[in-house]
Design a binder for this molecule. Structure first.
Ligand code: IMP
Ligand code: MG
Length: 171
């Protein structure tokens, strides 16, 4: 399988630093509950939060919409739930990619239902052409074309998450 580079490691890290600065500014003086979406957002969550100056806590949630293939099934299921109360917290959902928007729409409503004080979304990648659900995304690393991407947390059939850059394969 040939993997082409879409976003280099250097470009990724520079943009992530910018996002972290913006988030630190926006949440200045407030605590943040980072809600990282497993497994794809783990690499992004680590690099992003190393550069955030606010006081932060971490929670993790795993939801799935994709099977092992390329297309979203639209059925969102929570495989691993959060373990702490988020009532009254300023929750920042950190996700790898927003594609159809089904996952984040579901997760945002789910978290709002748990009485968070505020819920914002930060995604590393955004595929605007593919959007089916209207979701407000507060922070976007990169808008990307409609290609299947992998690396830096994103997988193809469970593999390639550990690549330090974002690559794509022709399908
Ligand atoms: P959505 O519900 O369609 O927005 O899908 C979001 C989820 O689909 C992401 O959290 C990813 O796990 C997965 N996904 C969407 N596009 C890609 C891709 O290009 N590569 C790898 N995973 C993807
Ligand atoms: Mg995901």
């Amino acid at each position: 399988m040939k993997i082409n580079v879409l976003i280099s490691e250097k470009l990724l890290q520079e943009r992530i630093e910018e996002l972290a600065k913006q988030i630190s500014k926006d949440y200045s003086g407030k605590e943040i509950m980072i809600l990282s979406v497993l497994k794809g957002a783990v690499f992004f969550t680590v690099d992003l939060t190393k550069n955030i100056e606010s006081k932060i806590n971490f929670e993790f949630i795993e939801a799935s919409s994709y099977g092992d293939g390329f297309e979203s099934t639209g059925n969102i299921k929570i495989n691993k739930d959060i373990s702490a109360s988020i009532e009254g917290k300023n929750v920042l959902i950190v996700e790898d990619i927003i594609d159809t928007g089904k996952t984040l729409k579901y997760l945002k409503e789910y978290i709002e239902g748990k009485k968070a004080k505020s819920v914002k979304i930060c995604t590393l990648l955004n595929k605007p052409e593919r959007r089916e659900e209207n979701v407000d995304v507060d922070y976007i690393g990169f808008d990307i074309p409609n290609k299947f991407v992998l690396g830096y947390g994103l997988d193809y059939e469970g593999y390639y998450r550990n690549l330090p850059y974002i690559g794509y394969i022709e399908v």
